[in-house]
Design a protein around this ligand. Structure first.
Ligand code: MG
Length: 312
């Protein structure tokens, strides 16, 4: 470590020169936290993340407010941050949600499918195919308006009810999302059970079935301590979009452990150590997460955050 709290950059061959971090703390993170934070705090959080150099910050969710009470203030929050010079995708489950998002000027949306029937039922009360049918008109209308569409796919590696998820099942739903018109996919390891070989196999199968690596983002959870190893495998395969959550906020209510999203600080430490550009100022990011942890009244699970914010 250098005196400035940065890793020594030692580039490694075969890795992308730059990675785009898709910051999910304000949405995936806060949606899964016990404590609901005030709208103004969320807006300041997003502003601070943008100031720290994150260029894609998922802002909120336009699901029915009763589904996700932590994000029920989407209508109030979005206008408070929409002037920021960053991409601000929002989650949209259906046409009603799309209408709400478009009315406020959202230019990037995300739909969220499941690779397994059990999670589709638990999360959307639909079969996998019924959920896809619900998203189809949403994606079509968004594309008609030149809105960028991300397709989240949950349970790509394991499912808490079904166990290991067959790769062909993940590939089938991935292709359906791409065929529908999604611009990018985010492959979610929702319960954090993936290991690097599994990641590489899935990426290769997707490529073979016509889904290009350039359209793939990875969304790893650190439940079993595998998120960075899985990320490195994905980078070696050519993936350049990685989801992470500032301070490791949130997780998955269906996972056994409280440890969920890969912390952005941990990711940035590894990427900068590999000499990979992210545009992120790790010091500003860390300060932001320390500030947010105080609002949530709980310590961050991020190892890097703890190391950098610990004063002897
Ligand atoms: Mg997540």
């Amino acid at each position: 470590m250098t005196a400035q709290g940065l890793p020594m950059a030692v580039p490694s061959e075969g890795l992308p020169p730059r990675v785009r971090i898709h910051e999910v703390g304000a949405r995936d993170g806060l949606q899964n936290e016990q404590r609901t934070v005030p709208t103004e705090v969320k807006a300041e959080f997003i502003r601070r993340l943008a100031d720290a150099g994150l260029s894609t910050i998922e802002a909120t969710s336009f699901v029915h407010p009763e589904w996700v009470p932590q994000l029920a203030d989407a209508e109030r929050l979005f206008p408070l941050v929409n002037d920021l010079p960053v991409a601000l995708p929002v989650l949209v489950p259906n046409e009603r949600g799309l209408n709400r998002a478009l009315t406020l000027g959202a230019r990037r949306i995300a739909v969220f499918a499941s690779a397994t029937e059990s999670f589709a039922k638990a999360n959307l009360n639909r079969t996998v195919d019924e959920a896809l049918a619900m998203f189809e008109p949403v994606v079509r209308r968004a594309k008609d308006q030149k809105v960028h569409v991300r397709g989240y796919l949950s349970m790509c590696f394991g499912d808490p009810w079904e166990g290991p998820v067959p790769i062909h099942q993940v590939v089938r739903v991935s292709k359906a999302l791409m065929d529908m018109g999604c611009d990018e996919l985010s492959l979610g390891d929702t319960i954090g059970v993936a290991t690097p070989g599994h990641v590489l196999n899935l990426l290769s199968e997707l490529n073979e079935e016509g889904v290009p690596t350039s359209a793939i983002g990875v969304h790893f959870h650190d439940t079993y301590g595998q998120a960075l190893a899985n990320t490195l495998a994905a980078l070696q395969h050519g993936v350049t979009t990685v989801d992470a959550s500032a301070g490791g906020l949130g997780g998955c209510p269906y996972a056994k452990s409280a440890t969920g999203n890969l912390a952005t600080e941990d990711l940035v430490w590894m990427l900068h150590g590999l000499g990979i550009e992210t545009g992120v100022d790790l010091g500003r990011l860390t300060a932001t997460s320390v500030w947010m942890a105080a609002h949530l009244d709980r310590p961050s699970p991020s190892r890097t955050l703890r190391a950098l914010s610990h004063k002897e």
